[in-house]
Design a protein around this ligand. Structure first.
Ligand code: FAD
Length: 145
């Protein structure tokens, strides 16, 4: 079965003092994990320097319905699709939504990565594979199994 994957980036809404609203990210994740598990959507959410990058994968209609809700969410802006494609395999099968947060160790790995090329539309597979590598390195994974 073909798996549909979509990756987008966006800017997180900041608190009035311009700091990152970590409670907001916790709330987004808790709800996303519950909803995604019901429709067999899996993926990873990265947060770095005020920017989200999220990969969603699963049945095309479920992924697009999820993305349509996400795109309209006022908790972020500048939502832009970076890649959308069909693959033969599900990459994030262990995670209803893995989370990779903003920390030095991960940030240092971004420099030569497809994420560093965000403005230049990286190839879908390279970006998805890099996000999978990051998801595997993080503790906060909320694994399905
Ligand atoms: P309802 O829960 O009925 O909410 C109605 C409206 O209010 C929606 O527009 C909603 O976006 C907005 N809203 C909800 N809570 C808040 C809040 N605390 N503050 C401000 N506005 C709010 N959802 C998923 O199902 N799967 C995901 O993987 C996923 N990832 C997300 C990643 C990011 C970066 C963001 C910002 C949101 C994500 N969401 C995800 C949440 C998604 O945007 C919807 O809020 C959620 O799916 C519920 O949709 P709903 O139409 O049932 O809205």
């Amino acid at each position: 079965m073909s798996i549909y994957s979509l990756v987008y980036s966006s800017r997180a809404q900041l608190k009035p003092d311009r700091s990152t609203d970590l409670a907001m990210i916790d709330e987004i994740l808790a709800n996303a994990r519950q909803r995604n598990a019901k429709v067999n959507v899996t993926g990873a959410l990265l947060f770095t320097e005020g920017r989200f990058v999220q990969a969603l994968e699963g049945d095309r209609n479920e992924v697009r319905a999820t993305y349509d809700r996400i795109e309209a969410d006022p908790r972020h802006s500048n939502v832009e699709i970076l890649s959308s494609q069909f693959s033969e395999r599900r990459r994030f099968k262990l995670w209803s939504m893995a989370f990779v947060g903003d920390n030095e160790a991960l940030r240092s790995r971004f420099d030569d990565s497809p994420l560093a090329q965000l403005g230049r539309k990286p190839a879908g597979d390279a970006l998805l594979d890099f996000m999978l590598e990051l998801a595997r390195c993080t503790d906060d994974t909320a694994q399905i199994h």
